[in-house]
Design a protein around this ligand. Structure first.
Ligand code: HEM
Length: 150
């Protein structure tokens, strides 16, 4: 793929190389092990420049980027800002112990920071309540159609 070839031609950085680039005049972010120079994108970013600066300071913007659920057009824009990749990149989820997914799973299936495990399904509200309402509606219809008339 052309994009991947381009990426491999770009520079390899150590995590410490990226750390010094977190200001409005020089802002790099790391997403999925790739380094993006978003300095000229700060003002145009639909999510605002502060989130990009904050993500840049945090060292790894992967989770923040994924949590937003960027569109495919946003993802294709990223290539224009790519300057290289991180040497021996370890995805943020790989460094945590209680992880149920890996980085190539959709964000919805990954662990929510601060919560243990996947969110428990709310069986009553999600399933039983609509069923109960349906039963109630049927009972009302049955009563009005067959019992109240006679
Ligand atoms: C090169 C990197 C990035 C590019 C090209 C980019 C591009 C975009 C684009 C085009 C949108 C508009 C909505 C969409 O199309 O999805 C957007 C929204 C947004 N982005 Fe980014 N973004 C980048 C990195 C980040 C990072 C690291 C964060 C960190 C939190 C972030 C946070 C947001 C937020 C909060 C929104 C607003 C979402 C909304 O209002 O619904 N972005 N971004």
């Amino acid at each position: 793929m052309a994009a991947e070839e381009d990426a491999s031609k770009k520079k390899l950085f150590a995590a410490s190389d990226v750390a010094g680039h977190s200001s409005r005049k020089d802002c790099w972010v790391v997403i999925h092990g790739k380094v993006y120079d978003v300095t000229r994108f700060l003002e145009d970013h639909p999510g605002g420049e502060d989130v990009l600066l904050h993500a840049s300071v945090s060292g790894d913007a992967t989770e923040a980027f994924e949590d937003v659920g960027h569109s495919t057009s946003a993802i294709s824009m990223m290539n224009g800002y790519l300057i290289g990749s991180i040497k021996d990149y370890v995805p943020p989820s790989a460094s945590k112990d209680e992880t149920i997914g890996s980085n190539d799973m959709p964000p919805d299936f990954r662990r929510i920071p601060g919560k243990k495990g996947p969110p428990a399904p709310n069986t009553f509200l999600d399933f039983l309540l609509p069923l109960f309402m349906l039963g109630l509606a049927f009972a009302a219809w049955y009563y009005l159609t067959f019992i109240a008339k006679s």
